[in-house]
Ligand binder design. Structure first.
Ligand code: ATP
Length: 140
């Protein structure tokens, strides 16, 4: 069966490089699902979750935003920041959420704090979903 080669890189280095059957990413215009032979496209990403599925195994990651390029046999994600779900530091994301909420309660129009809050909430969500899936698997 046809495969995609997925590369996810940040300025700090390569976060993921693997074969995949299906990739889902948070495109700015909406969630984007990519199968092999997808039409080529280039889009910006908003903060959210990236899912990479290969042979039934799913990997979940947080991306803070960036660019996504799709070619028929390849997906390239250039992210501002990215972490695998199990690498997300929950205490750090929780502290970032609290700090952003405090900044927003002082000044509701603080766009930087709003963006920080959005990143923190997605980090918490990606990490939380990952933990729930793992405990579900342990109970099977
Ligand atoms: P933010 O503004 O999104 O709260 P930050 O300012 O603390 O993040 P960045 O400068 O965006 O941090 O990123 C620095 C590095 O820290 C990046 O490699 C990013 O992937 C990582 N990082 C940020 N938050 C977390 C987290 N909660 N868990 C794990 N890694 C994180």
């Amino acid at each position: 069966m046809a495969k995609l080669h997925v590369e996810l890189v940040t300025a700090e280095g390569r976060v993921l490089s693997q074969e995949a059957d299906f990739v889902v990413a948070p495109g700015s215009a909406g969630e984007l699902g990519v199968l092999p032979h997808h039409i080529p496209l280039l889009t910006t990403l908003r903060p959210g979750e990236v899912m990479v599925r290969n042979e039934g195994v799913e990997e979940y990651l947080f991306v803070s935003g960036g660019f996504l390029e799709v070619l028929p046999d390849r997906v390239v994600i250039l992210a501002d920041a990215a972490e695998r779900a199990d690498e997300i530091d929950l205490a750090r994301a929780e502290a970032a959420r609290r700090a952003a909420e405090e900044a927003l309660s002082a000044r509701a129009s603080d766009a930087e704090a709003a963006a920080k809050l959005e990143r923190a909430l997605y980090r918490l969500r990606v990490a939380e979903v990952r933990r729930r899936r793992r405990s579900h698997e342990q109970h099977l």
